[in-house]
Every structure is written in structure tokens, then in C-alpha cells.
Design a protein around this ligand. Sequence first.
Ligand code: SAM
Length: 267
Amino acid sequence: MTVDKKSLLNWVGGKRLLRKTIEPLIPNDIVSYIEPFGGGGWILFYKDKWADLEIYNDLDGRLVNLFRIVKYHPEALKEELRYLLGSREMFMQFIKMDGITDIQRAAKFLFLITRSFGGRGETYGTVKKSSGGASKSQGNILLKIDAIHKRLDKVLVENRDFEKLISQYDHAGAFFYCDPPYTFGCGYETTSTKDFDHERLREKLGNIEGRFLLSYDDSEKIRELYKGYEMIAVERLNGINNKQSGDRKNKMFKELLIANYPIRKAK
Ligand SMILES: C[S@@+](CC[C@H](N)C(=O)[O-])C[C@H]1O[C@@H](n2cnc3c(N)ncnc32)[C@H](O)[C@@H]1O
């Protein structure tokens, strides 16, 4: 089995299944590539380089700490992880424990996310039919750390609210791939659905000099909010456990891709 070195962790709302759809929609004349809602970084890491300047950002400090440690201290992180057992007992111990150093905190976070059900870090993720969740190879995780360490070499890792980040990096050659929380409950540590202000994002994106591509759930609210913008409706398999289910029809999830530049032609 080959190891997918274009990601480190599954993240709620991660765009693994939309990578191939999104990639051709991103213009190739951009000067900088910015992800204000970086999450697991599935789009950023999909290509070896999108632009000379690349920014990963997320408001969740645990993710940002992890990617900073992968960037600056990969060997120390691998040492922490090398001898951990993927056991239920260790998982339960880790849930209760606080790491002391940033490296330990990164190791704990990566361990819990990769060994949990649905990448939520809450329940030990046993599976019946595939080799995911708790049964993931520890060796493969170490290989991925090396690959993502290389990929992050020139990527700036930020930990800001999207509004400040967009203002900071906006200019005519800037490109923002935005993947905010959906309009229904996704439950991120940093934001409950109620707290995420979709209007504030719309307002900000309506006033930038650069270009943006936005992915969202296909809902009335979002269609209304972005009326007049370029829009494509796409479908993807719905995340958790889809490999184990034969019922494909019920597992499809509808998303919108929205942009302030022509994307239909590019498709
Ligand atoms: C749908 S996920 C991004 C998934 C990512 N594209 C991937 O492929 O893994 C949305 C992310 O937005 C982050 N977030 C929520 N509110 C934010 C805010 N105000 N500013 C920046 N990031 C925020 C969450 O922590 C979460 O990681």
C-alpha cells in the first residue's frame, strides 16, 4: 500500500474528496496562495507549490501548534510518537493528560486525531473492514510527518481570525481558498455553528482586491448570501464510514464552490 503523503490528518470538513475537483479551478497566475481556514490542509498539501508565497491559517491553536512543530521540530515529534502504542488504554490516558511542552501537545493531538473515530479525537476509532482509525500504521504517520515537514518549508503558519488574516495578505495577486465551517453543526473547538458569522465572511470577501474560491454546504442561506457570484454545485461522498456502506445514494453530500472570478470556463 502506498502512503498518501499529501496530508497528515483527517479533519472534520476536510476536503480530501474534493481535491481533484478544486485543483483545476485555482488560477495559475496567482502571486500568493492563502488558506484562512486551513484545517487539515488537504488543498494546500495537494500540490507541491501553489505560489511563491503560501499561508496556512486556522483559529484552532492545536492545529497551528501541530503544523509549527512539524515544520520546525519534526525529529522531536517523531521521537515522541515512535514508541506510542495505538492501544485503547493509551488513547484513554491521553484524553485525560495535558502535554507539558508544545512538542508533547502536538504528539498528543496528532495521536488522538489519527486514532479516533471520524478524526474528532474523542472516541477510540475501531473499524470493522478497513485499515483506518485505531489500526493505522504508526510507521506511515512518521513518513507523513517527513513529507509535510518538507512541504511546509516555505509556508507561513498563522493563527488568526480570518478577517484580520485576509486584510493582512490581500492584494491584487492574492488568492484565497476559503473553507469555512458549514452553516449546520460541524462542532469545531474554536467555533460553534452559532458563533461562526457567515455574514461577516461574506462582507469581507466582497471587499478584497484579490481572488477567492469558497467551498460551502449547498444551502438556501449560502445561495442567497452569494447571489451574483460564480457558483458550481458539486457532490461528494459523505465522509465517515462511506467505505463500509454499499448505499452510495444516501451518502452523497451537496457542496457549492463559489468564486469572484470565472470558474465555469475553467471546469
Ligand atoms: C471546514 S474546516 C477546514 C478544512 C480544511 N479545508 C481541510 O481540508 O482539512 C474549517 C476550519 O475553520 C476553522 N475556523 C473556524 N472559525 C475560524 C475563524 N474565525 N478564523 C479562522 N479559522 C476558523 C476551524 O478551526 C476549522 O479547522
